[in-house]
Design a protein around this ligand. Structure first.
Ligand SMILES: Nc1ncnc2c1ncn2[C@@H]1O[C@H](COP(=O)(O)OP(=O)(O)OP(=O)(O)O)[C@@H](O)[C@H]1O
Length: 988
């Protein structure tokens, strides 16, 4: 049919506009998608890239996309170690996407943000809560140490909180394997968290510096301020080496003080192992549970039992196979920890399934039902309630229900405590049949559908209080019917009876309700009800145990007792109850009205609210001793989700009170990659004179220290001082040996110094000089060379493409060339041009990043080993790289064999450019898989990408959804309801 002229014009206009739309999409600067992820908004910024909240399109899961420039010297190290870790208290790494200029990491989203921010909000973490959080962090470290890996940058900023308030360790940029003790030399970390041996630039045991940092973290959490943090960095360093921070044992309790003093022992030998930390009384009961859980996971990991062994995983695989997914490749990707899109999808899908299943298993109302049932059958309450129950629910049916073990939720009874109008008539649907026995209940039939809940109120006979109804809610009314004055219940229906406690002694008034109240049946029913009560209790006990066990079976990460430790992640009400109960325990307030807090969206808000309630409750307590107050009586009867196991904490300080008295002295400490140690310390004074002068002061007089140092700590950046790097205090290149010896005057054990201080000695102490030659020799010749300590040697090596023209590059331009130019600038022989270029970039980045922050930063004085090794070896750096790779094969003997790579494979994997070739089996295929063009969708030229992070924040924000965190969580919940397009299989 011929189109009219107008129609033709309209059609042209439509095609034209679609064309333009597509074109503008191609040309757009805005980043909206990376691989399978849609970027929602920026949520943070690191030293080498930005952090975005994103959405995994195939599974509708929220993740964090962390971008790192390839010039980030630690990105390979971070990926390499992070992907080995599978622990509930370590952020999960789902996927790696490598593009022309960036490496993107898809990480588990932790909406609770950093522990640092949490602490700022609360000022101080209550002792019990602190014990739980610290057990989680310690558990993560125990796990990492068991795999012979050390973190080396533990700090509050690197611990995130998930949406239910569990701690998650992150940022493995400085991690390395550490098979034996006392071999590390690379100075890295953040000054205020650094152990004395690091400050003294001694060789160190990586495990022990982590333990020290944990001590700093624990101290800060408990006190609300840092143990060693002075305005002047030199003062901080001096304190770290010489002083023991003060502890308020009345506030913290003896156990916490004991643990702190062990963690912060100046001599690393005196510090406990992570196992000993977890076994410490302060961390109980959480510590032992964590230890067991971690051992369990380690055992499974070492025996390759962690993946594809659970029922859930098998079912999921089956469903995927039915959908046509290549499950063989998927399994392979996951097992080899390739972190590609296949394994990313699997991990996210599995997580979603677990969450869905847990949601189904822990329907919020069940908890209430159990509690209320206990209440209703409490011996103190009237047997009339039992009568009413037996009247309302036929015993035979009830027994039938109890016998039906498959039933997820049969009867839910709640104590509402609210008075409602009486005299409502019973509808046909709500009547109960005591005579008819129905068919067994199927799982499907008992699913809770709140929207179908109907309420029928029964008035009570001879009631003195007419506002005391028994309420019956029938969830599935379709099979309920009334007949001949009897009340009938279909066992397939969900029934909820609500009764106010205060009317428990009120006899039932049957009113218009055709209930059977025959007195001859009363006694019989009553005795049956007593038996029934026992049965009901046993039944729910069993259900409770079963629930916990099945949860644990499904989640191999969760130890059977882990409910003590971790908040359940997938049930809002349950989650809130747990949080509330713990916080109530921690704050010594009665466990009342858990539902009062459920409206608060996040755990922090809940905790904050509870803290408020806690203080007002305590005030009330002071006014009158209401031992039998309603709240207390409820407290005694309410046991929420097994939380009765948690001992109440008696030493918890009153939080709101402490807010007024304690002025937190917290600053945020950002990691920087760095040669800044040399820069900062080069401005410092002589430690000799400093230590001599300090002897005149008590340990708390640091502020009055007469040491004259620059008022503002240098915010130096590599870009400005890169030349200084190699001629600095800690350089081992021989140009500045005198400075180095100054700085190494700390070589004298701090113990000796402390002893001398405590004895009030006034004599000047000259510290023996650290021989430069020893450092140099160690660095260059020993097997335990500091070069081995550094990943730089490998990371800075040139791409194999550079020297081998037969190897085809994925792109015309070597994507790593910038990186290697950059890396060469670390070397004394580095080209000026590349350094200038890099400096420009770094100056900008570092300034952006450090402006809002201050003082100390993560330091990574790699120049020490690079310069020293260059002195001793004239071979080009690129060539030497390959000779150092066997060092990395010194991975933990416990690491799964598929992680330990052959030298060649290792070299390939560790070379940054070879991130394009994760899989040596099928290089070509995986090269394609990691090709940026394959993972990015429909955007401009490569230069666009390069420029992306150069744009100002406003620009990037405009490309991103404006949703805030809370909304994101809500969205996530919504998203979770969206099922993947998988066939619903019949699972037997
Ligand atoms: N998994 C996550 N969930 C939520 N927020 C995150 C996550 N990872 C990082 N962030 C946010 O992004 C910010 C920067 O991330 P991160 O500290 O990992 O970057 P970085 O480059 O490693 O920083 P640094 O230079 O301090 O080591 C964090 O402060 C945090 O607020």
């Amino acid at each position: 049919m011929a189109l009219t002229k107008t129609e033709q014009n309209n059609l042209k206009a439509i095609i034209g506009s679609s064309y333009n739309k597509l074109y503008s999409q191609f040309m757009s600067d805005d980043l909206t998608e990376v691989g399978n992820y849609r970027i929602l908004r920026q949520i943070g910024e690191g030293s080498f890239g930005k952090v975005y909240l994103a959405h995994h399109l195939p599974t509708h899961r929220k993740v964090v996309l962390k971008s790192s420039a390839k010039s980030d010297p630690n990105v390979v190290r971070e990926v390499f170690y992070h992907r080995q870790f599978e622990f509930p208290y370590i952020t999960k790494l789902y996927e790696i996407i490598v593009t022309e200029t960036k490496v993107w990491m898809a990480l588990e989203y932790c909406p609770g943000k950093e522990l640092y921010e949490h602490l700022l909000r609360l000022h101080r973490i209550p002792v019990d809560e602190c014990s739980r959080l610290f057990a989680q962090i310690s558990g993560a470290m125990y796990y990492a140490h068991s795999l012979n890996c050390v973190h080396r940058d533990l700090k509050l900023e690197n611990i995130l909180l998930d949406k239910v308030g569990n701690a998650k360790l992150t940022d493995f940029g400085f991690t390395r394997e550490c098979a034996s003790k006392n071999i590390l030399e690379t100075i890295c970390g953040t000054t205020v968290y650094m152990a004395p041996e690091l400050i003294k630039r001694e060789r160190y045991d990586g495990f022990k510096i982590d333990v020290w940092s944990l001590g700093v973290i624990l101290y800060t959490l408990l006190n609300g301020f840092m143990p060693f943090d002075e305005e002047q960095q030199k003062n901080t360093e001096w304190k770290i080496v010489n002083e023991m921070p003060s502890f308020d044992s009345t506030l913290l309790g003896p156990d916490a003080v004991d643990l702190l003093s062990k963690l912060l022992a100046k001599d690393p030998i005196d510090r406990p192992s992570m196992k000993e930390v977890l076994e410490h009384p302060y961390l109980q009961p959480y510590g032992n549970v964590m230890l067991e859980q971690a051992d369990n996971i380690l055992y499974k990991q070492r025996n390759n039992l962690l993946k594809f062994h659970s029922k859930l995983e098998k079912k999921l695989l089956k469903r995927l196979r039915q959908t046509g997914v290549d499950t063989h490749s998927m399994k392979h990707s996951v097992q080899k920890k390739k972190c590609d899109s296949l394994s990313g999808t699997w991990l996210l899908l599995l997580e979603k399934e677990k969450q869905r299943r847990k949601k189904n298993m822990t329907a919020p109302k069940k908890t209430k039902s159990v509690l209320s049932l206990t209440k209703v059958f409490d011996s103190n309450t009237s047997h009339d309630i039992l009568q009413s129950k037996t009247s309302l629910l036929s015993v035979s049916n009830f027994e039938k229900i109890l016998d039906e073990k498959e039933t997820e939720e049969v009867v839910s009874v709640t104590v509402t405590g609210s008075a409602s109008a009486s005299g409502s008539s019973t509808t046909k649907e709500d009547t109960l049949d005591t005579e008819k026995v129905d068919e067994p209940i199927s799982k499907d039939e008992v699913s809770v559908t709140p929207s179908t809940v109907a309420t029928t109120r029964y008035s009570t006979a001879a009631s003195s209080d007419k506002s005391s109804p028994i309420r019956l809610h029938s969830h599935h009314q379709k099979s309920a019917s009334a007949s001949n004055g009897t009340t009938r219940v279909n066992t397939t229906s969900m029934t909820r009876i609500s009764t106010p406690l205060k009317n428990s002694t009120t006899p039932l008034k049957h009113g218009t309700t055709p209930l059977r109240s025959n007195s001859s049946l009363k006694n019989e029913h009553e005795s049956k009800a007593n038996i029934l009560f026992t049965k009901v209790q046993n039944f729910f006990k069993q259900k409770k145990i079963k629930k916990i066990t099945s949860l644990d079976n499904d989640n191999h990460h969760r130890h059977p007792s882990s409910h003590l430790l971790a908040y359940h992640q997938n049930d809002d009400e349950h989650k809130s109850n747990v949080i509330i109960s713990r916080a109530q325990s921690a704050n010594n307030i009665p466990k009342v009205r858990p539902s009062a807090y459920t409206k608060y969206a996040t755990s922090e808000i809940v905790l904050h609210k509870i803290n408020q309630d806690s203080s007002s409750y305590k005030k009330r307590l002071n006014r009158s001793d209401s031992s039998d107050s309603p709240s207390k009586s409820q407290h005694s009867s309410i046991e929420v989700n097994g939380k009765e196991n948690i001992p109440p904490n008696t030493t918890t300080p009153n939080h709101s009170e402490s807010k007024n008295t304690t002025k937190p002295k917290l600053k945020k400490f950002k990691s920087i990659a760095s040669s800044e140690i040399s820069i900062q310390t080069s401005t410092g004074g002589d430690y000799d004179s400093e230590s001599t002068t300090r002897k005149k002061y008590s340990s708390h007089d640091a502020i009055q220290s007469p040491v004259s140092l620059p008022a503002v700590r240098p915010l130096s950046s590599i870009s400005q001082h890169s030349n200084d790097t190699y001629l600095s205090d800690y350089s081992t290149d021989g140009y500045n040996s005198s400075k180095l010896s100054d700085s190494s005057k700390f070589a004298l054990g701090s113990k000796a110094m402390s002893t001398e201080l405590s004895q009030g000695s006034t004599g000047a102490k000259r510290f023996p000089r650290r021989e430069l030659s020893i450092i140099s020799n160690t660095s260059s010749t020993s097997e335990m060379s500091s070069r081995n300590d550094s990943f730089y040697d490998i990371a800075t090596a040139t791409t194999p493409f550079a020297g081998n023209s037969s190897l085809k590059r994925p792109f015309g331009k070597d994507p790593m060339s910038t990186r290697f130019d950059t890396q060469r600038s670390w070397l004394p022989t580095g080209g000026a041009t590349s350094r200038v270029r890099r400096n420009g970039s770094w100056r900008r980045r570092n300034q952006n990043r450090l402006l809002p922050h201050s003082n100390s930063r993560t330091q990574f004085a790699i120049q020490e080993e690079i310069s020293s090794s260059d002195d001793n070896d004239s071979k080009p750096k690129e060539d030497r790289m390959f000779s150092t790779t066997p060092v990395l094969s010194r991975l933990s003997p416990h690491v799964k064999p598929d992680i330990v790579l052959s030298d060649t494979e290792m070299t390939r994997k560790l070379s940054p450019s070879l991130l394009y070739h994760f899989d040596s089996d099928n290089e070509h295929e995986h090269t394609r898989r990691f090709t940026p063009l394959g993972t990015f969708h429909g955007f401009g030229e490569e230069s666009e990408w390069e420029n992306f992070d150069e744009r100002n924040e406003e620009d990037s924000k405009s490309a991103i959804s404006p949703a805030d965190d809370e909304a994101s969580i809500i969205n996530e919940e919504k998203d979770d309801n969206i099922h993947c397009a998988l066939p619903e299989e019949k699972i037997t």
